[in-house]
Design a protein around this ligand. Structure first.
Ligand code: HEM
Length: 479
């Protein structure tokens, strides 16, 4: 049973995530308007905004997933409130530092902060060390949180059980709930990539303070950066999926999903291959050993396709010709799974070496990763946020308003994404603050993207108001 403290801290996470989400969407719309020539920001402002937009979006949807699984995990094992609180305090500190570093200090390396950019200071002197400290603080807080949850699960389930290996035989005596399996698989990846982040920061600090006596290896730094960045951006999707496996059937008034041999197999594939899929970010680095490039393509398929197949199958079986209770929560989950699969398909196309030669660093890249985020993972977490907030109050969002919210999310999201996909197919490069006249379609597409992103913002504001209001009540109630 969830404690009052857990309810309150989950409410704080939700309000913080939604607030930062609205602010970051506004930055995104400003970027699109600038690319469309409607606004005229200085390039340094555009790139500072792009940097904080990317870091914030990845950070908030990661912690949203962590807060979601922490809350639901209490159904199976006792979790640590202290670890949750430490993560919250360190996240707030890290985020404040990062917003100061980018918006005041004008640090603008993009969220990928590729070596040696952070050390080539073209911004306030204090910004680089503060950025490194902020990233270290965030990684430490999330490591403590992730390790703590893993430890608590391992107090109840053995190692073979958390990975559901007993399900490879018929009728296992102990059944691993899918939620525990997916949470654990994901936490292993999360903890591994955060350890790499800590190592990466240590290497940056070593070079920063060495005054030229120590220089890092650029290829190693790029591998470490993408090991961290790609993996965390992917794992956050799987945190959302753990929530769906736990809640989808429950919300629809149906029996809980069970772990089967193929669910266990698919997620064990994900555990192994997610850690090597990042190599697809280095296809253009010709000094990278060729074997890694091939491993990158194969791992990209094996990390995503089996998990997607079993999830789509589970959702399909749960809804096809079955009368279930539809609420805003499972509707968001349902649309989210579709968005995840479509975006994943776009990602697999890009991760195929022969295609990447054409699509590399075109707008196809923001197209596919925004798809499985704005119409995928974000909806998983919004579904959880809504479900969480209505548990403690009678008032629900009306059917009419639910329909409006979903329609605007889909129309706004699809239009915003289509502008990126068409740009990518037309070989328009990504990350330009202004487009030269030669890219004739770049500006109109950017403006169309901005209009649709504004449509997407409307239901987000409705949900922000609706969910935050209830979370504030939970926060200030005595039970
Ligand atoms: C409607 C909402 C959003 C808008 C309007 C928006 C807009 C943008 C724009 C214009 C860019 C720069 C694209 C380029 O030229 O490369 C961008 C980059 C990015 N966005 Fe979004 N975005 C939105 C939602 C999200 C979400 C939900 C996430 C993640 C969960 C996200 C993560 C990122 C990341 C990681 C980058 C790359 C930043 C970089 O290159 O350093 N965005 N976004």
């Amino acid at each position: 049973m969830e404690s009052i403290k857990l309810k309150k801290i989950t409410s704080v996470w939700i309000i913080a995530v939604l607030t930062l989400f609205v602010a970051s969407i506004v930055l995104g719309i400003l970027m699109r308007l600038n690319q469309g020539g409607v606004l005229h920001q200085a390039p340094i402002t555009f790139y500072s905004n792009m940097t904080i937009h990317g870091i914030t979006m990845i950070g908030i949807w990661f912690v949203a997933g962590m807060a979601g699984i922490n809350y639901l995990m209490e159904r199976y094992v006792k979790t640590s409130y202290t670890a949750n609180l430490i993560a919250l305090i360190l996240t707030v500190s890290g985020v404040l530092m990062l917003w100061a570093v980018t918006l005041i200090g004008k640090f603008h390396t993009a969220w990928t902060f590729l070596y040696p950019l952070p050390l080539r200071v073209m911004w306030a002197q204090w910004a680089t060390p503060t950025f490194l400290v902020a990233m270290s603080i965030l990684a430490t807080g999330w490591l403590i949180w992730g390790i703590s949850m893993m430890t608590q699960v391992l107090k109840v389930y053995s190692i073979p059980q958390v990975f559901a290996w007993q399900h490879f035989k018929k009728d296992p005596a102990v059944k691993t709930p899918p939620f525990i399996l997916i949470s654990m698989i994901t936490l292993v990846g999360v903890v591994t990539c955060l350890l790499v982040a800590v190592l990466l920061m240590a290497l940056y600090f070593a070079e920063y303070f060495s005054k030229g006596n120590f220089v890092n290896d650029a290829l190693l730094m790029k591998n470490l950066t993408y090991f961290f960045g790609h993996t965390i951006a992917n794992e956050m999707l799987y945190l959302g999926l753990a929530v769906i496996y736990e809640l989808f059937s429950e919300v629809g008034g149906k029996p809980k999903w069970k772990t089967t041999w193929y669910v266990a197999l698919a997620w064990n594939f994900t555990l192994i291959f997610i850690l090597t899929a990042f190599f697809h970010h280095l296809y253009m680095d010709f000094v990278q050993p060729e074997g890694f490039q091939i491993a990158g393509q194969i791992a990209s398929y094996l990390a995503s396709l089996p998990a997607a197949a079993v999830t789509v199958f589970s959702v399909w079986v749960a809804v096809y010709r079955v009368k279930i209770k539809w609420t805003l929560t499972n509707l968001l989950f349902f649309v989210g799974v579709a968005g995840w699969v479509i975006g994943g398909f776009g990602a697999v196309i890009d991760a195929t070496i022969s295609n990447n030669i054409v699509l590399h660093n075109t707008q196809w890249v923001p197209a596919h990763f925004h798809t499985y985020n704005i119409l995928g993972n974000v909806l998983f977490s919004l579904g959880f946020f809504y479900w969480f907030s209505i548990q403690f109050t009678d008032k629900r969002v009306s059917e009419k308003l639910s329909r409006l919210i979903l329609s605007l999310l889909i129309i706004g999201g699809a239009g915003f994404l289509l502008a990126f996909y068409i740009g990518g197919a037309d070989s328009i490069p990504r990350r330009f603050s202004n487009y030269p006249a030669e890219f004739t379609t770049a500006r109109p597409l950017a403006n169309i993207g901005a209009v649709f992103a504004t449509v997407y913002l409307i239901p987000i504001l409705i949900l922000f108001y609706n969910i935050s209001k209830r979370c504030l009540k939970i926060l200030f109630s005595s039970s």
